[in-house]
Design a protein around this ligand. Structure first.
Ligand code: F3S
Length: 79
């Protein structure tokens, strides 16, 4: 499985990820992306059915703000 998390410090609210992977990413009130599955903590595995969407979004993010790993993140970035 893959885990994902958005670095909101570098996200520029471009909106590409939610278009590419609407079941993985949504936006907060500022338009910054966040992972729907686990409130952007990177702790819930992305289902196999959503993996292609996830990887497309990962590759398409213009600011490299989408992090993807085969192991869980620990609830926050930059801490
Ligand atoms: Fe932000 Fe990248 Fe998505 S800039 S809105 S995380 S495609």
């Amino acid at each position: 499985s893959r885990y994902t998390i958005v670095d909101k410090d570098t996200c520029i609210a471009c909106g590409a990820c939610g278009a590419q992977a609407p079941d993985v990413f949504d936006y907060d009130e500022e338009g910054l992306a966040e992972v729907i599955l686990d409130e952007n903590t990177g702790t819930s595995p992305v289902s196999d059915a959503l993996e292609d969407d996830l990887l497309d979004a990962f590759e398409g993010c213009p600011s490299d703000s989408i992090k993807v790993s085969s192991s869980p993140f620990h609830g926050a970035l930059n801490t």
